[in-house]
Design a protein around this ligand. Structure first.
Ligand code: PAF
Length: 277
């Protein structure tokens, strides 16, 4: 089992005793699945020491009820981390992570306003703030993030570059079920019928259809899509299936199927933002 470390002070003194050994870090909110474990395995292969964190970060949830509902599965998580060869589990509580009561924040003004940011105001500020804190505490050489949360990955890379943080951000491909569904802790909340329908999201994103056509097909299939959009060389979407919000993204065809020759978006489809579809 990984050694549990509960406070930043405890980890900092431990980190000193590990001087000269490379540390790979996998930040998570727990309720782990194969996607997280894949990140841990990659970290295991590339570093002397592997640290994972489990911290359900209150500041990145839009609704207090979602924060409360988030599944806490510490005992099962510890076993999965042990199986992936993780050495340490950093498992702080909110008072140790937010001694300032969230009066200090890290924000971004461009990417963080789009797509996920438009539908989840404040989410990326909460996420960037906690990732900054975690990276500062852990002092890893490398930190591992999945491409499933593509905007998160872009923002973390941008923050690290802009603030000259001494850590390399490693992007890892999305792990999918055999039917194509991107693995996510939220999938556990889908009913059996929704689970059967959910892979359609990835299937349509990978199709040659336009963003607007994908949006329409999702609606016809009973999803409530928020956006389907092509940018940053990816095609990205968010859609509700019942009360579960799914997100996914895939490489865009020709690096940006919905971009014209000038690189401008010629097809952006947002439910609430532009009302198309
Ligand atoms: O991707 C997540 O699980 C979270 O956003 C992260 C990076 C652990 C920050 O809370």
């Amino acid at each position: 089992m990984p050694t549990i470390v509960s406070t930043p002070t405890e980890w900092r003194s431990l980190r000193k005793s590990l001087a000269g050994r490379s540390v790979g870090f996998v930040p998570t909110m727990g309720n782990l699945h194969e996607g997280h474990i894949d990140l841990c395995r990659r970290a295991r292969a590339e570093n002397d020491i592997v640290v994972a964190s489990i911290f359900v970060n209150p500041t990145q949830f839009n609704q207090a009820s979602d924060f409360e509902k988030y599944a806490r599965t510490l005992e099962a998580d510890k076993k999965l981390l042990a199986g992936a060869g993780v050495d340490y589990l950093f498992h702080p509580d909110a008072k140790d992570m937010y001694p300032d009561d969230y009066s200090i924040k890290v924000g971004e003004e461009e990417i963080a306003k789009e797509l996920e940011g438009a539908f989840r105001p404040g989410h990326f500020t909460g996420m960037l703030t906690v990732v900054m804190k975690l990276l500062n505490i852990i002092g890893a050489e490398r930190a591992y993030f999945g491409e499933k949360d593509f905007q998160q990955l872009l923002l973390v890379k941008k923050m690290v570059a802009a603030l000259f943080m001494p850590v390399e951000i490693i992007a890892c491909p999305t792990v999918r079920a055999q039917n194509g569904l991107a693995l996510s802790s939220r999938n556990a909340r889908l009913t059996p019928e929704q689970l059967e329908k959910a892979p359609l999201l990835a299937e349509l994103l990978q199709s040659g259809m336009s963003d607007a056509a994908v949006m329409k097909k999702l609606e016809e299939a009973g999803f409530k899509p928020e956006y389907v959009d092509t940018r940053w060389g990816r095609r990205l979407a968010a859609a509700w299936l019942g009360d579960v919000r799914l997100i996914d993204n895939v490489p865009a065809v020709n690096g940006g199927a919905a971009q014209n020759a000038a690189g401008q978006h010629n097809e952006v489809c947002h439910a609430a933002v532009s009302g198309c579809g």
